[in-house]
Design a protein around this ligand. Structure first.
Ligand SMILES: [Zn+2]
Ligand SMILES: [Zn+2]
Ligand SMILES: [Zn+2]
Ligand SMILES: [Zn+2]
Length: 109
C-alpha cells in the first residue's frame, strides 16, 4: 500500500507519516514541535506556548545559551530529556517537567 512520506522538520528526510521517530536523525516527533508541558503543537517562531503559557525558549542547562524546547539544545546538542525515574516506564521526560507524562511519576530534583 502506498503511503505518502512526510518531511522531518529537523533533517528534511522523507519518512513514513506515522513515524514516532525520524529514522535518519533519530529525533522524536519528526513532523511537529510539541510543547513539553501540554503537548500542544507549537511553532519554532513562538516564544510562549499558546496552550499553557510556558516559555518555549529557555537557557540550556549545559551551555547556558538560549534554545528552543526541543529534545536537544540547538547550540551545544546536549540532551534536554531525562529518563523517567520509574524504571518500568522508561519514557524520556523534558528536564524542566516535574512529572512524567506517561506514568505520572514525579521526576527531577
Ligand atoms: Zn530527521
Ligand atoms: Zn504548553
Ligand atoms: Zn546547550
Ligand atoms: Zn514515567
Amino acid at each position: 500500500m502506498a503511503s505518502y512520506k512526510q518531511v522531518c522538520i529537523f533533517c528534511n528526510a522523507l519518512i513514513e507519516p506515522d513515524s514516532r521517530f525520524c529514522i535518519k536523525c533519530g529525533r522524536r516527533n519528526p513532523f511537529a514541535v510539541l510543547c513539553p508541558s501540554c503537548l500542544r503543537v507549537v511553532s519554532m517562531e513562538d516564544t510562549l506556548c499558546s496552550g499553557c503559557g510556558r516559555p518555549l525558549v529557555i537557557p540550556c542547562p549545559k551551555c547556558g545559551e538560549q534554545t528552543f524546547v526541543l529534545d536537544q539544545c540547538q547550540v551545544c546538542g546536549a540532551s534536554l530529556m531525562v529518563p523517567c525515574t520509574n524504571k518500568r516506564c522508561g519514557e524520556q521526560v523534558f528536564f524542566q517537567n516535574s512529572h512524567c507524562r506517561a506514568c505520572g511519576k514525579k521526576v527531577g530534583k
